[in-house]
Every structure is written in C-alpha cells, then in structure tokens.
Ligand binder design. Structure first.
Ligand SMILES: [Zn+2]
Length: 181
C-alpha cells in the first residue's frame, strides 16, 4: 500500500461514520493562517474541530499577495451571506519555532534556491524568517497595506513552540487601521 492508498483507506473509515451536518459558514469568525509544516496542523495544536474555523496555510505561515486577496474575497462572501450582522473575521497568524523557512534566511541557501528557480533573491528573502517577531510584524504590515484586505479584519500574531507545544502571543489582536501616510 503506498502512502496515498493509506490515506484513502483512512478516508473510507472516516466516511463510514460521517454525517453531513455542518453549515458552510464556520462556527467561529476565525481564520487561522499557519505554516504547511506537518507538525503545526491547527486540528491538532489548537484542537480545532471540523466546522469551527477557516484555515489557510503557506510556507512559514507568511502573508503573501494571494493570501491577502483571498482574505478580501472571504470577507466579501461572508458579508454577502450574513449581511450587517457580519462584524469581520479575526485572523490568527501562527508562525512556529524550527520552521523550514528560517533556513531561507541563510544567504547561501537563499541564493542557491533563487538561482535554482531563476528568480530574484529578494523574492526568496521576502518569504524567509529572519526573526519571528519581525516576520509577524511584517505580515501584519502586509495585510495593512493590501488594497484587498478589509480594515475590519482583526489580526493577532502568535508563535507555536515545537519544543513545548505552547502557543505564545507575539502581536496582540487588533483591528487593521488605515496606515498613516
Ligand atoms: Zn514552518
């Protein structure tokens, strides 16, 4: 049995007791953005149950243009579905210790990958995690400056420690404000 077959067999077991009871809209107005790392699945580390929250995953849990656009789309869809009662989503950006994207901050690794892919080194560096607090601040600022992200989005930054399993607040949750010019 190959790995996909193992997973599809697990799915058959899941489906054997499955009932379709959950609505399209999640129970919490919460979106989790975290790393693709197999150790930081919100279903495990946050105890997230099916139907509770939206989950987005990128390398490092970094905010990029596509994530910003999707946040805009999701907010507009929720507003259409719920009308005035929709107060905006809360986004938790979750980075973690021992992240593979910390490796991209190594100039040799970053240069090797950018050359291998034939792209500018700055594009790799924008995804690299040099410092967790700074990366979370940068991601907050990317959302703040995106024309697609609604200002009623509440954003907090968190760091998951793969040693202890604990989540630490790094940027307290706050609403995106219009950046001062
Ligand atoms: Zn990671």
């Amino acid at each position: 049995m190959n790995e996909i077959e193992i997973l599809t067999e697990r799915n058959r077991q899941f489906a054997s007791s499955y009932t379709n009871q959950l609505p399209l809209m999640p129970r919490f107005s919460t979106i989790i953005l975290t790393c693709i790392d197999a150790r930081v699945d919100p279903a495990h580390v946050l105890g997230l149950e099916a139907g509770e929250a939206l989950v987005m995953r990128t390398g490092g849990g970094r905010v990029n243009k596509e994530i910003a656009l999707e946040l805009g789309i999701l907010s507009m869809m929720a507003r259409r579905a719920l009308g005035e009662q929709f107060q905006g989503f809360s986004l938790a950006i979750v980075h973690h210790t021992d992240c593979g994207f910390e490796r991209l901050a190594n100039p040799q690794i970053g240069a090797g990958i950018s050359q291998g892919l034939g792209i500018e080194a700055s594009k790799i560096d924008a995804l690299a995690i040099h410092d967790h607090t700074q990366s979370l601040k940068d991601d907050f600022a990317r959302l703040q400056h995106s024309p697609h992200v609604p200002k009623n989005l509440t954003v907090g930054g968190y760091l998951f420690d793969v040693e202890t399993g604990l989540l630490k607040e790094v940027i307290p949750s706050e609403r995106l404000a219009v950046p001062s010019q």
